[in-house]
Structures are given as structure tokens and as C-alpha cells.
Design a protein around this ligand. Structure first.
Ligand code: ADP
Ligand code: MG
Length: 693
């Protein structure tokens, strides 16, 4: 039987797409006919009307036509070819900075040109710089486009005109194969067009279409597609939840005094929020269905204790837990914490790191496989095939956004025996707004630690241009004089560890020169883990006053005596990341401060970010603003959700569609369950799916 599902048909089925072009298209994520049909324009140009030269406006992109009155070379700061064209209503200059002799000859006086480009203020008149143009001997009959002209995401070797041509071919030959999976009457009730109409409308909007609405993603066609895409993801998450609930996990009943003994070794009283969240977690654990709970809590809210309580419960039942940390530094810190807490309770903790000797590693592995060690802390090292557990009952994932879903699943499968999988506890300091959580984490339960331990004083944040570095150094001197410790953070520049290592080294040198009496340490990503840990240990043990670091310290590092943080090039970092970094201070009882050093001039975006950070200490509020500024894919990590791979929709922009998504989701499941798999398949790409359960 011929396959007529555009999801399955290779893009080479389209007229004009051969093997070579197919390879290039794959760089745009286009593999199937459906991918091509859903490769939507990111903006449009209006070439449907010729604009009289007398009425062009600066900033406008316009199709104009005129007769060349004069052509010459202008010698300003840069040499350029300038042609003045006029159409009787006014005149406009065309300016080319790069031009060939042939172009110069062609653009001679008396010829006509039609051009498309942006109108700008020029010297004494409006001009177009490097427009697209076509020369003709007489006044051209303008074949103004019948529809708005789409502008697509393109790539090397795949130009706009190629994309326009092959997409047009695909629309002709295949768009009708995209059947509507959302029933007609439901669409009509929402005044939304059918799928094929929506797709045609977006590739070729009529000349009357509203460009502003299009840019805002708010036309009926756009809402139609966004709705369907969000619906498909929503349904896929619901399905995963159902699948999970059909699996089993060890029911971990309370077995006596574990929790109270843990409490006694902590050395502090739990906050109300911690107590509540721990109760929620323990309640999940008593069930025979696998827990999948996300614990959200601002930096410093004390998430580690929640993990400890869950681990304790598993240990009471004689079962093992694995704790996944995103960095060696953090794994080591968790190991120490758990070792301190569980040691007195006779619960053995081991740490599995990538730098262990073969012998150490073998020993640790044997303790795990024999079930002797009940707690294993580690980074990716825990995923390796030779890591086996005796009876793994719980997987804790710290700082979730650092891990891909696949990694989480790989870990979970380590504890899998005959349909029984471990419980999972995921902890994150980058909270997900409720509406997003409802749609995109419907397979997760969520707990919030919405309270900081008592005595925390909000960090005093200031934004300072780097010209005032000397003042900042004086401030450090002052703080060190009082026995305070200081972080100086240099973010990754150009994504190159080599460069930023240089950068931290020169900062370290500068600080050594300015503050000869201070003990200064340095950590960066290029150092060996052992060296890094040595420096961190020295800082923790107060042998160092100042720690100069790249953003390796961003996640989770806990040194309560550190009360001053300087962040260099703060304008380059995202809000959530800055907030995470800042969370390294303000953990003790003294007033802490964070200095955001920036390089002028600040972009508008950066200015908003830094001001938001200065004025807000609430992680939830910061996450909300960050989502608004950068979008969920950036903030929450690309791999975890597949959110970034949305084709049409944008969770922030389209959040007002979410109620409809939920409502439609219910209807589809109740009345059209047979359509659900096709709908999911159409929009949710393999690999985005959590659950090969
Ligand atoms: P995060 O949520 O950022 O992972 P941690 O679990 O690292 O936070 O806790 C931050 C610090 O607060 C740690 O030093 C921890 O021991 C301490 N802490 C946690 N809970 C409390 C509490 N209820 N009272 C006092 N200190 C606490
Ligand atoms: Mg933490």
C-alpha cells in the first residue's frame, strides 16, 4: 500500500528536491514532506504593492520602481555607487558599497529599476542600501506578488528562492494529505481553519493579511497550528503519565525511627515548607506506583534535606538510592553531606567519580552490586554500563536542567526488574511556571519549597560599570578584613574554556597585585577535578579569602561564610544563571552582597535583566521574567522537554491557548481516542518522548 502520511514520506518526494538538496535541508531539520510543509516563515515581506517614491517611509520595507536619473561614485568614509531614481512623485537613492564594473554599467542613466529593500534616512534623502533589484530598459510592468512574500529560516546552499519554490511544490502536491485530526465541529466552534488551509495561509498569506498580527503569531492560521501542536504534546505527556502508572515500584513504608534519627543529625530544624514537601515525597514512596516528583525550590531553600529524607526511607527498607549531580564539584559536596548525615545512622554512602583509580572504582562497584552501600552519589559516571545495583529503589536527580531526559531514563532503567522501576525525585532551582507545568509536566507531580531557612538576609545587589573596578577591589579588601570570603566569577567568554581560563588567570593576577595580603584561589573548567576539589576544599575550610572562578561554581556549591560575590561581564549571562550564581552567597547569617560588573554600553535587554536581578530576590519571579525574555527552551534546557523543538507554538506567547488545549485534550481522549496516536506522531518527534516505557 502506498504510504500517504506526510510524516513518513521523504522530502525527496517533492518536485525539485534531489539527494543533494535533501542533505542540505536536513540541516534545517527537514527530513519528511511534513517537515517541509511545517517549515514556516519567520517573517513576511509585502511585495504586493508598488510604493510611490514620494510616499516611502524610513524603516519601511518596500517594493519601489523608478527611472535612473543619475549614477555616480560617492567618496565618503567608504566608496559607494549611488543611483538616484525617480518616478515623478519623488526620488530615492540606491547605494551599493560592493559593486562590479558590470553593475555600474548596467545601472546607467535612463534605465529603469525595480527594487525591494528597506528605506532608510540617507544623506539628504531617503535611500536603499543593497536592495534586491532588477534593471529594465523601459518602465517595467511590475508583477507585484499576489501574496505576501515569505522569508524562511535558511541555510548555506538553501536560499530563499529555493525554499519558496520547493515549498510551493509541496503545497501543490502534498498539503491535502495532511488530514485534520481535530474534528471539524471542534474547530468550527473555535473559529479556526482546517489544517491544510492554515498551512497554505502561513506560507502564502493574502495581500490583505495583517502583518502585525502575523508577527505576533496571532492570526487564525497560527493559532490553529499552535493549538494542535500544544495539544499533541499535552496528550503525549498524559499518555506517559498513564504508562508510568501502569508500572510498579517498591512500596517504601516507614519502618521506625529513620526520619527522627536523621532530624537529630541535621543540626537545624526543618522549615514548614521542607516538612510539607518531605511529607508529600514520603507519601508517594509508600505507594507501589513509581513516584515522579519535581521539587522546585529557590537556591538555598534546602532541597538536599528533602532528598535525604527520601533516601533515608529507602535505606530503612534496606534498599538503595542513587543521587545524580551535574558536576563533580557538586557530587563531591553531596557525598560529604550525605556521608555526614547518614554515617552516624550506619547507612553507607559511596561516591562514584570519573577520576577514581581502577581499584577504587572496582571496590565501589562491588559495594553497590552487593547492596552493601545504600547510597551512591555521582555524575554521569553513574550511567555507565558496569554500574550495577543490588536493589535500586530511588533515583534523585539534582539540578534537573543539566540532565537530558535520556540520561534520567537510563538511570531509572538501572533499577528496572520485571516491570518494577525505581521512584524518581527531581530537584531544580529553576522553577517552571504553573501553566507550563500543567501542560508540559503533566507526567510529573510538583512540590514547591516556597520558604527559605530562617535568618537568611536577602543579598544586596548592585550594578556597577567595570570602570569602577577599583572601588570594588576596595570593597573586597574591606570584607576580607572582617574574615568574610569572596567569590569573583568570570563567565565563559566565547564558549571557549581556553579563553575564559586565560581570563580568570589575569583577574587572579590583578587581584594578587591589588590585594597582596589576601589568599586567593582559582578554579576553572580546564583544571583537573582533583585540583579543583583541592582549591574548593581550601575555600570551604577558610584557607582562602577569595575564589576566582568561571561559572563552574554556578550550581549548588555551599560555603556559608562567603558573603560577597563579584560577577564579571554580568551582561552576558541569563537571568536564571545570574540568580543561581548569586545564590552562592547569602547562605550564612551576615548581610551578603553581589556586585554585577558590566561592560558598557549595555544593550536594552541586558539593562532589563540586570535591573530585574537587582530588584528581585524571588527565584520564581526571576524565572518568570527570564522565560518572558528568553523563552522556555533556553531557560529550561533544550533536551529536557523538547520545548525548544516546538515548530510553531511558543509557550509564553501562546499561553492563552492552554485552557483550550486542556479542554480539547479531554474531548479527544473521551470521544476520539483512536486519533490521538496519529496526532502525537505528527507533532512530537521521536526522541522528544520521555517514555519508551
Ligand atoms: P538548595 O536548595 O540550594 O540545594 P541546600 O540544600 O544546599 O539548598 O541548603 C542550603 C544550606 O541551607 C545548606 O547549608 C543547608 O545545610 C542549609 N539548610 C537547609 N535547610 C535548613 C534549615 N531548615 N535551617 C537551616 N539551614 C538549613
Ligand atoms: Mg542544591
Amino acid at each position: 500500500m502506498e504510504n500517504t502520511d506526510p510524516t513518513d514520506i521523504s522530502v525527496t518526494a517533492i518536485k525539485g528536491v534531489g539527494q543533494q538538496l535533501a542533505v542540505k535541508l536536513s540541516r534545517l531539520g527537514i527530513f519528511s514532506v511534513q517537515d517541509l510543509l511545517l517549515h514556516l516563515p519567520f517573517r513576511y515581506e509585502d511585495r504586493t504593492q508598488r510604493i510611490p517614491l514620494g510616499s516611502v517611509q524610513p524603516g519601511q520595507r518596500a517594493l519601489i520602481v523608478g527611472k535612473i536619473e543619475q549614477t555616480g561614485i560617492a567618496y565618503g568614509r567608504r566608496r559607494s555607487l549611488v543611483c538616484r531614481i525617480s518616478d515623478g512623485t519623488g526620488w530615492v537613492n540606491l547605494r551599493l558599497f560592493y559593486f562590479t564594473r558590470a553593475q555600474q554599467n548596467n545601472l546607467r542613466r535612463g534605465q529603469w529599476v525595480s527594487c525591494y529593500g528597506e528605506i532608510r534616512h540617507g544623506r539628504g534623502t531617503f535611500e536603499m542600501v543593497h536592495p534586491e533589484y532588477r534593471v529594465s530598459a523601459g518602465e517595467p510592468t511590475i508583477d507585484a506578488a499576489q501574496t505576501l512574500t515569505p522569508v524562511y529560516p535558511a541555510t548555506e546552499g538553501v536560499s530563499q528562492s529555493v525554499l519558496r519554490r520547493i515549498i510551493n511544490n509541496a503545497l501543490q502536491s502534498h498539503v491535502s494529505l495532511l488530514t485534520d485530526l481535530i474534528p471539524d465541529q471542534l474547530l468550527r466552534a473555535k473559529h479556526l481553519p482546517t489544517l491544510d488551509k492554515a498551512i497554505v495561509d502561513l506560507h502564502q498569506p493574502s495581500a490583505e493579511a495583517d502583518l502585525d498580527l502575523l508577527a505576533a503569531g496571532d492570526t487564525a492560521a497560527q493559532r490553529r497550528l499552535s493549538l494542535e501542536e500544544l495539544l499533541a504534546h499535552h496528550l503525549s505527556f498524559l499518555q506517559l503519565r498513564a504508562q508510568r502508572q501502569s508500572l510498579r515500584a517498591p512500596a517504601l513504608k516507614g519502618q521506625g525511627s529513620g526520619m527522627s534519627r536523621l532530624n537529630a543529625t541535621l543540626g537545624f530544624a526543618l522549615t514548614k515548607a521542607q516538612q510539607r514537601v518531605i511529607a508529600e515525597v514520603l507519601d508517594d514512596l509508600t505507594r507501589a506506583t513509581p513516584m515522579l516528583r519535581l521539587v522546585q525550590g529557590d537556591v538555598g531553600s534546602g532541597k538536599t534535606v528533602v532528598a535525604a529524607a527520601a533516601i533515608m526511607r529507602a535505606a530503612e527498607n534496606g534498599l538503595q538510592s542513587a543521587v545524580l549531580a551535574p558536576t563533580e564539584l557538586l557530587a563531591e559536596q553531596h557525598f560529604r553531606t550525605f556521608h555526614n548525615w547518614f554515617g552516624p545512622l550506619n547507612v553507607d554512602t559511596v561516591c562514584l567519580s570519573s577520576r577514581m583509580t581502577v581499584r577504587q572504582r572496582r571496590l565501589t562497584l562491588s559495594q553497590l552490586v552487593a547492596g552493601q552501600a545504600l547510597v551512591a552519589v555521582g555524575t554521569h559516571a553513574l550511567f555507565q554500563d558496569d554500574v550495577e545495583f543490588d536493589r535500586l529503589a530511588l533515583v534523585v536527580v539534582d539540578e534537573q536542567h543539566r540532565f537530558g531526559v535520556d540520561q534520567r531514563l537510563a538511570m531509572r532503567d538501572k533499577g528496572r526488574t520485571e516491570g518494577v522501576i525505581p521512584h524518581q525525585l527531581i530537584m531544580t532551582a529553576t522553577p517552571i511556571p504553573r501553566t507550563l507545568a500543567m501542560t508540559f509536566y503533566t507526567d510529573l507531580d510538583v512540590s514547591n519549597i516556597d520558604e527559605l531557612p530562617p535568618g537568611r538576609i536577602p543579598v544586596d545587589t548592585v550594578v556597577v560599570p567595570e570602570e569602577r573596578r577599583d572601588e570594588v577591589i576596595q570593597r573586597i579588601k574591606h570584607a576580607c578584613g572582617f574574615g568574610r570570603q569572596v567569590y569573583w566569577v568570570c563567565p565563559l567568554i566565547d564558549e571557549s574554556e581556553a579563553l575564559s581560563a586565560q581570563d580568570v588567570s589575569s583577574t587572579e593576577k590583578l587581584l594578587r597585585e591589588s590585594l597582596p595580603e589576601a589568599a586567593i584561589g582559582l578554579v576553572h573548567g580546564r583544571m583537573k577535578s582533583a585540583e579543583k576539589d583541592k582549591v574548593m576544599a581550601a575555600f570551604r575550610d577558610k584557607k582562602l579569602d577569595i575564589l576566582v572562578a568561571t561559572t563552574v561554581i554556578e550550581v549548588g556549591v555551599d560555603v556559608p561564610n562567603a558573603s560577597l560575590m563579584i560577577i564579571e561581564n554580568a551582561e552576558r549571562l541569563g537571568l536564571s544563571q545570574l540568580h543561581q550564581l548569586r545564590g552562592r552567597v547569602g547562605r550564612g547569617h551576615q548581610q551578603s552582597a553581589c556586585v554585577l560588573l558590566y561592560k558598557s554600553p549595555l544593550s536594552e535587554h541586558a539593562r532589563i535583566r540586570l535591573a530585574a536581578l537587582r530588584d528581585t530576590s524571588d527565584g520564581f519571579e526571576i524565572a518568570r521574567q527570564d522565560l518572558q525574555l528568553r523563552g522556555p527552551g533556553e531557560v529550561l534546557g533544550t533536551r529536557q522537554t523538547g520545548i525548544q523543538r516546538m515548530r510553531v507554538s511558543d509557550l509564553i506567547r501562546d499561553r492563552n491557548l492552554l485552557p483550550s488545549v486542556h479542554e480539547l485534550g479531554k474531548t479527544m481522549l473521551q470521544q476520539y481516542p483512536q486519533r490521538v496516536p496519529a496526532l502525537i506522531k505528527r507533532w512530537v518527534r521521536l526522541g522528544d518522548q520521555y517514555g519508551h516505557v
